[in-house]
Design a protein around this ligand. Structure first.
Ligand code: BES
Ligand code: MN
Ligand code: ZN
Length: 484
């Protein structure tokens, strides 16, 4: 779906004209567009309500009204634009023009343009590369009609951010046999290709062994697919205002290992690389859009399978930090992979802030469902920044506790640490975060984001939702970086 801008003043010919109507107000129909008598009369403008008709004359063949409710907001406009794109498709309109509402103090034009572009593009996302005969979309583009420069700029940003979201979704949705750690590395390299500000370093198992990454390699040793450690770097044009590391869990498939998962829904564990996909998605946005920060993306990629060489419950591995870990449950593998990624980040990258994203625990779904990511910020500034970024992007975040009792629960009996808590019942997400905290070194701001609930199977919000990857994290991370 191509998203462009067009002038609002003089409307060109279009198969479908989409007008936003606020609740309790009458649609403002552009000059020259003639509608059947009475068509606009009963339309109440309730959020997400729609009504369409053929125009009797003028530049538009059809007109679609979409209600925006009582108050315009980013999420509301994303939904309206997504509905517009989907209706254009179902009406069989080859193209549509969507007239952007006017900006205001509380919702300026740049945000309107961004939300509309994001909503239309993300709402039109589909994943059909695995079908032998994918159906071609009927609607090829939405033009956003505006004469406001800020709205036009917003559309441009929104297009890039929607592409970042789609890129993340594509990585998520590809099946495990087509998104192995080596495939992941290939996509990371492509992000750096032809871009002077992004570089990509891919490390293999030999290089990881040389750094002492026994925890990550302990997860990978039951698989014939070799693990990879990805390290992307973005350097801004001018002098960087700080250095942020984005660390992602990249389990391209998590069968659980010897602590085997039940067969129902095990296929969904192809999404266990969603944290890493979000990190790559943020770099996709950084190809187009500038932030004044040096950004590092570190992704630990591995499978978690069973074979004669796999880690057994009770095995002890030593990570890059020198700490020993008793692997009491091989299904708590994400934290092992992330532990070595965090040590690498603290020692080799030395950022001022680390954000790690992982589909770490099923428990976070119990706590927060599929709409809200659980965050464990090390200070209130970081907490507020992430909550704000979540509100703006429609990728909500909410803090969960990480207390000393949780950290203590991860101390080992026979080794320094153990990878599941004792007592093992309750506070599973906090215990996962607490395990990670043992590998965050020095004076660094750190937040772990548990996206196990929000990465797929989210409820329908028009631009996202359903039984596939959501692309969560890519836009959220960019928003955080842009506003820091
Ligand atoms: N990738 C899973 C977490 C997960 C489970 C995400 C279900 C989404 C849906 C992770 O590796 C895992 O298996 N975690 C265990 C931890 C437990 C063994 C302490 C879990 O959540 O059950
Ligand atoms: Mn697991
Ligand atoms: Zn996992």
């Amino acid at each position: 779906m191509r998203i462009t801008t067009t002038t609002a003043g003089k409307l060109g010919k279009t198969p479908l004209l989409v007008l936003c109507v606020a609740e309790g107000s009458k649609p403002s129909v552009p000059a020259g567009v003639k509608l059947p008598p009475g068509f606009t009369k009963d339309f109440d403008g309730k959020a997400r309500s729609t009504s369409s008709t053929f125009a009797t004359s003028g530049p538009a063949e059809r007109v679609l009204l979409i209600g925006t409710g009582t108050e315009l907001c980013d999420e509301g406009l994303r939904r309206v634009a997504a509905i517009a794109a989907q209706q254009a498709e179902s009406l069989g309109a080859a193209k549509a023009v969507l007239v952007a509402p006017k900006g205001s103090k509380s919702l300026p034009g740049d945000r309107i343009g961004r939300a509309l572009a994001e909503g239309a593009a993300m709402g039109a996302y589909r994943f059909d590369s695995q079908k032998s005969e994918p159906t071609k979309p009927k609607c090829s583009g939405v033009a956003i009609a505006t004469d406001d420069a800020a709205t036009k700029r917003g559309v441009k940003d929104g297009v890039s951010l929607a592409e970042a979201n789609a890129f993340t979704r594509d990585l998520q949705n590809l099946p495990g046999n087509k998104m192995t750690p080596r495939d992941f590395a290939k996509y990371a390299r492509q992000l750096a290709a032809g871009n002077s500000r992004i570089t990509c370093k891919v490390m293999d198992e030999k290089q990881m062994a040389a750094m002492g990454m026994g925890l990550l390699l302990g997860v990978s040793q039951g698989s014939t697919e070799p693990a990879r450690l990805l390290h992307l770097t973005y350097k801004p044009k001018g002098k960087a205002k700080g250095r942020v590391a984005l660390v992602g869990k990249g389990l391209t498939f998590d069968a659980g290992g010897y602590s085997l998962k039940p067969p129902a829904k095990m296929d969904e564990m192809r999404y266990d690389m969603s944290g890493g996909a979000a990190v790559l998605g943020c770099f996709k946005a950084l190809r187009d859009l500038d932030v004044p920060v040096e950004v590092h993306g570190i992704v630990g990629c591995s499978e978690n399978l069973i074979d004669g060489n796999a880690t057994k419950p009770g095995d002890v591995h030593t990570g890059m930090a020198g700490k020993t870990v008793e692997v009491l449950n091989t299904d708590a593998e994400g934290r092992l992979v992330l532990a070595d990624c965090l040590t690498y980040t603290c020692r080799k990258v030395k950022p001022d802030t680390i954000l790690d994203l992982a589909t770490l625990t099923g428990a976070v779904i119990v706590a927060l469902g599929h709409e809200v990511s659980g965050i464990f910020p090390s200070n209130d500034t970081l907490r507020d920044a992430l909550i704000a970024a979540g509100e703006r992007t429609g990728e909500a975040c909410w803090p969960l506790p990480l207390l000393d009792v949780h950290k203590d629960a991860m101390k080992g009996k026979h080794a320094d640490l153990q990878n599941i808590g004792s007592p093992a019942v309750g506070a599973g997400s906090s215990q996962g975060a607490a395990f990670l905290s043992h590998f965050v070194e020095g004076d660094v701001d750190w937040c772990h984001l548990d996206i196990a609930g929000t990465a797929w199977n989210t409820t329908n919000r028009d631009w996202v939702g359903g039984a596939a990857g959501s692309g969560v994290g890519a836009r959220l991370l960019f928003e955080y970086l842009a506003n820091r």
